[in-house]
Design a protein around this ligand. Structure first.
Ligand code: EPU
Length: 409
């Protein structure tokens, strides 16, 4: 297990670069299972979840090699093996085994898929998509002798179920229409990768059309991580730092940038670099997390300590109604709050140093941000949870003046 020791209150200033997106990289890695060839993936972030995904692929016989910033994944000699439970339990993206293993091997067990424990995380929509395309459930295992294109209709936007529907349809016989699909930038990134593998996919709004094909190896550069970028912008604003965020996927962050402006800071954009501008007096604001292109649920925990450090505000989460478990951890840093259903009231608070255990990936980052802004020593335990999604965290933060150390305990 890892712990982060922070000597907080240091001025933060300088350039911080955004890595490849976790939630774009993971579906692309699992999509390689569908292909027969060598894929070239540029800008894969070196984070916990990506390492687990690559280990799962290696367990099926994929040969993986990294040269500079490009990872080569050779899937020409794959064979089915039962996915290792200790890997599957580590992250949510292991649900992508459903689409990829059914497509390639014709079988996949339903396992205890891991991920942040902030809510019930049902997989009914994933299973419905598998059954609609011709899979059958026997005990706890899904089987598919052949997958046949069909119509899948989702009545709510699910990133994971959309990814699985795409993975299944891309190698099914015939055409599939997915209605009500998620439209996050990482969904389009997966589609771009599969098209480079020979897939036939197009999307019009929330409808996607896929004709199944045999797929060869493909090529993609993983898009920048909008959640990481939003985290560093929020940190800069919270610590009154002069932080410039490089490789910031600004086009995907319109709502987030608007929210930062509402909080009283200008954001100047130049060549993919986002620079926090002059600070004005901040206002009490309301944030509502909704599917893309709205404010992302993954940034609501990150904005909670920011609101507390400014004039307070309220956060409503319409995606994960109970994603507020992290607030108890923020109390250790003096942050005051109340919850009412799927809404949290974040009070203007005096943030002090403290010690907490990472409640989940983004909640852990919110604790770290609080510790960085408070004067004195703080400790964040179970920090490996934060490292599941933030690349070179210690290196990047120390380079802008933070005093943090990540150690085993
Ligand atoms: N849902 C169902 N049934 C399903 C699937 C989802 O009811 O079968 C519901 C969920 O309960 C939730 C909503 O649909 O209320 C949306 O969930 P979604 O399926 O979109 O979430 P996910 O695919 O499990 C991904 C990200 C999460 C992010 C959500 C929402 C990955 C690996 N994970 O999860 O990222 O919060 O989409 O954008 O892409 C994170 O990075 O910190 C993280 C938690």
């Amino acid at each position: 297990m890892k712990k982060i020791t922070v000597n907080g209150g240091r001025p933060l200033c300088g350039e911080i670069s955004v890595s490849g997106s976790k939630n774009a990289a993971l579906p692309i890695i699992f999509a390689c299972i569908l292909t027969n060839g060598v894929s070239e993936i540029e800008n894969l972030p070196d984070i916990g979840d990506v390492r687990v995904a690559l280990k799962l692929l290696a367990s099926f016989g994929a040969a993986i090699e990294k040269k500079g910033n490009v990872t080569y994944i050779d899937t020409r000699r794959l064979s089915y093996t039962h996915p290792a439970p200790h890997l599957v339990e580590k992250m949510r993206a292991s649900t992508y085994l459903l689409g990829s293993c059914l497509s390639r091997f014709g079988r996949c067990p339903i396992m205890s898929f891991g991920g942040c424990n902030f809510s019930l995380r049902p997989i009914d929509m994933h299973i419905d998509a598998c059954l609609t395309l011709g899979a059958r459930l026997e005990g706890n295992v899904l089987y598919a002798d052949k997958l046949i294109g069909s119509e899948i209709s989702f009545d709510k936007a699910s990133v994971g179920a959309t990814v699985n529907a795409i993975l299944l349809a891309a190698s099914s016989r015939g055409e599939t229409v997915i209605r009500g699909c998620a439209v996050e930038p990482h969904i389009d990134a997966l589609v771009d990768f599969l098209i480079s593998c020979g897939a036939s996919i197009s999307r019009k709004g929330r409808e996607m059309y896929i004709v199944g094909r045999e797929l060869h190896g493909g090529k993609i550069k993983v898009i920048g991580d909008m959640i990481e970028a939003g985290s560093y912008l929020a940190l800069g604003l919270m610590c009154r730092g002069d932080i410039r965020v490089l490789n910031c996927p600004v086009d995907q962050m319109i709502t987030v940038l608007r929210c930062i402006r509402e909080l009283g800071s200008g954001v100047n954009i130049q060549d993919g670099k986002a620079v926090l501008g002059e600070r004005k007096e901040s206002k009490y604001i309301s944030i509502t997390a909704v599917p893309y292109p709205g404010f992302p649920t993954d940034l609501q925990p990150i904005f909670a300590p920011l609101l507390a450090s400014l004039s307070g505000g309220e956060i409503t989460d319409t995606v994960w109604h109970t994603r507020f478990g992290y607030l108890s951890a923020l109390s250790h840093f003096g942050i005051e709050w109340q919850t009412e259903g799927n809404r949290a009231l974040i009070h203007k608070s005096i943030i002090h140093n403290g010690s907490a255990t990472s409640p989940d990936l983004r909640g852990g980052m919110a604790c770290l941000m609080s510790a960085l802004c408070a004067t004195g020593y703080s400790e964040i335990y179970s920090a490996e949870i934060i490292l599941r999604g933030y690349e070179k965290l210690e290196q990047k933060l120390c380079a802008i003046g933070a005093e943090i150390k990540i150690e085993d305990y």
